[in-house]
Design a protein around this ligand. Structure first.
Ligand SMILES: [Zn+2]
Length: 311
C-alpha cells in the first residue's frame, strides 16, 4: 500500500478520530468524516465523559457539526457524563441514537438513570427535534449501508453494531439479575469507508470479542476496557497489522491500562497510543487525522496528541 499524498493533492476523504480520556476515568470517541467535494459528511459520537460543554462540544461547535449517529455503548458512569446535553444541542431530526438492549433499572447508577430518563423523553416527545432512538437487540445489526460515487468510483460506507447474543444475556438475567453488568450489553461499532476500517469497542465482554474474527483487517482500533485484562484476547480475534493505530484510555482509580497488557499489544503494532496519567479535570486527546483515497487505497495517518503518547 502506498502511504503518501503529494502536497498539492486533495485526498477523497478526511477522517478525524478523537479518542478522549477524561479525568483519568471516563472516555469518548468522536469520528468526523468528510469528502473533499463537501457532499458527504457524517459525524459519530460514541459515549461521553465531560459536562457536555467541554471537549466534544467545543470541537463540534468550532467545526459547525451536528451528529448523525450517537452510540450510548452501555449504561456505565464512565461513558455517560453529560451525554444528555449533547442530545439536546447536537442532534437533528435525522440523528439516530443507539442504546443497548437492557431494561434493568435496578442495576443502574444515578448518572445512568439521568441519561435513560433523557432517552425515554426523546422517545415520547421529541422525536422531531432529536431524531430517533434505536435499541440494539441483535448480535449484529446494520445501521447504515450506502454507496457513494466519487471520481467514477463507488465507495461503500457501512456501520454495523456487534453485541452479545441476546439469548446469552437473557439466560444470565434468568439466573441472577443482580449479577448482570451493564458491560454484558455493551455495543461496539464496526465502521467501514471503502477499504478503510475502524472498530470501536467500549467495554465489550468476551462473547462480543469472540465475534471479532469476522471483521477483516482493522486500521483503527479503540481498545476495550481501558486496557484491562478483559481486553487481552482481542488480538487473537482481530486482524490488525503493523500500521494499525490502536488507542486506549485510562481509568486511574482502577489502575488501568495495565502495563503488561499494553506491552502485549505492542507485539502487533508499534502504534499503540494511550492517554497520559494526569490529575483531576484534565482530558487527554488522541487525535488521528486520516487522509484516504478510496480509488487506490492510499491511507495517510497524521497524529496530534494532547496529554497522550505512544506506549
Ligand atoms: Zn469503561
Amino acid at each position: 500500500m502506498q502511504k503518501y499524498f503529494h502536497s498539492n493533492e486533495k485526498p477523497q476523504f478526511i477522517i478525524d478520530i478523537y479518542t478522549i480520556g477524561y479525568t483519568c476515568k471516563g472516555e469518548s470517541n468522536l469520528i468526523l468524516i468528510e469528502s473533499n467535494d463537501g457532499k458527504f459528511n457524517y459525524n459519530i459520537l460514541i459515549d461521553l465523559y465531560d459536562n457536555g460543554d467541554e471537549t466534544v462540544s467545543k470541537i463540534l461547535r468550532e467545526k459547525k457539526k451536528k451528529l448523525n449517529l450517537i452510540c450510548i455503548s452501555h449504561y456505565h458512569d464512565d461513558h455517560l457524563k453529560g451525554i444528555e446535553k449533547i442530545l439536546d444541542e447536537f442532534t437533528t431530526p435525522c440523528t439516530t441514537t443507539l442504546i443497548p438492549d437492557t431494561d434493568e433499572p435496578k442495576a443502574l447508577k444515578t448518572r445512568s438513570k439521568i441519561v435513560r430518563k433523557k432517552v425515554s423523553n426523546i422517545c415520547r416527545n421529541n422525536k422531531k427535534k432529536n431524531g430517533t432512538i434505536k435499541k440494539i437487540t441483535e448480535p449484529e445489526m446494520c445501521i447504515l449501508d450506502e454507496i457513494h460515487s466519487y471520481d467514477d468510483n463507488d465507495v461503500l460506507f457501512s456501520i454495523y453494531t456487534k453485541t452479545p447474543f441476546s439469548s446469552i444475556t437473557a439466560c444470565n438475567i434468568d439466573r441472577n439479575l443482580k449479577n448482570i453488568q451493564q458491560n454484558d450489553y455493551a455495543i461496539s461499532l464496526d465502521i467501514n469507508l471503502g477499504e478503510f476500517h475502524m472498530f470501536f469497542s467500549s467495554d465489550i465482554m468476551k462473547n462480543s470479542i469472540n465475534k471479532m474474527s469476522e471483521l477483516g483487517y482493522i486500521h483503527y482500533l479503540k481498545i476495550p476496557h481501558h486496557g484491562s485484562s478483559h481486553s487481552l484476547n482481542i488480538f487473537d480475534k482481530i486482524n490488525i497489522g503493523k500500521n494499525t493505530r490502536c488507542a486506549v484510555t485510562n481509568f486511574k482509580s482502577k489502575g488501568l491500562p495495565e502495563k503488561p497488557i499494553l506491552d502485549s499489544y505492542l507485539h502487533n503494532t508499534p502504534y499503540v497510543y494511550r492517554i497520559n496519567d494526569c490529575s483531576e479535570n484534565i482530558c487527554g486527546i488522541i487525535h488521528m487525522k486520516i487522509k484516504y483515497n478510496a480509488a487506490d487505497g492510499r491511507i495517510f495517518f497524521q497524529e496530534n496528541l494532547i496529554d497522550a503518547a505512544l506506549c
